[in-house]
Design a protein around this ligand. Structure first.
Ligand SMILES: [Zn+2]
Ligand SMILES: [Zn+2]
Ligand SMILES: [Zn+2]
Length: 172
């Protein structure tokens, strides 16, 4: 898989600056990172693999890539488009997406077996510390169950969850 390359010097680029732009470590040129064409959540992946494996894909060896959502660094899975995000980034992401969303409030269909918290035996393994993650309803808008590792202070979002939260009715 091709990593995102600097158009100016060809070096691989994976570093996100504070304003959410990718900057080449070698020549300081800004590299253009685009959201995956079919990403409902506007997930940006750089093509640079991390050490962590996707907790959701059953396919062994599916590694997460460095990437971003808005200006927040995340690790994401190109296959299932799930996202591994810091807890504080998640809070900011929710805030930013909800205040920016100008469309109609949407309440998406809910299927407990698919969208509810995972059964005990079905809980995901943390990509970083390998313990079982908690699975629970997110306390904010949208009826979304998320997975979290307290020790690593990170959250796993399945594809579509951040968008459901952004579009759900409630205070913006
Ligand atoms: Zn460069
Ligand atoms: Zn995956
Ligand atoms: Zn962990």
């Amino acid at each position: 898989m091709l990593a995102m390359k600097c158009q100016s010097c060809g070096a691989p680029v994976a570093r996100l600056d504070r304003s959410g732009r990718y900057i080449c470590d070698y020549c300081e040129t800004e590299a253009i990172a685009e959201a995956l064409a079919d990403s409902v959540d506007r997930l940006v992946l750089t093509g640079t693999l991390s050490q962590e494996h996707c907790p959701s894909c059953r396919q062994p060896g599916t590694r997460l890539e460095t990437g971003s959502m808005d200006e927040h660094p995340v690790l994401g899975c190109r296959r299932c488009q799930g996202v591994w995000v810091r807890r504080n980034s998640f809070a900011m992401l929710v805030h930013g997406r909800r205040s920016a969303y100008a469309g109609p409030d949407r309440t998406s269909d809910f299927d407990l077996s698919v969208d509810g918290p995972r059964d005990h035996h079905d809980r995901l393994t943390c990509p970083q510390c390998c313990t079982r993650m908690e699975s629970f309803y997110y306390a904010g808008p949208g009826r979304v169950a998320i997975d979290a590792c307290d020790g690593c202070e990170r959250i796993w979002l399945d594809c579509g969850e951040i968008t459901r939260i952004a579009e759900a009715p409630g205070r913006r």
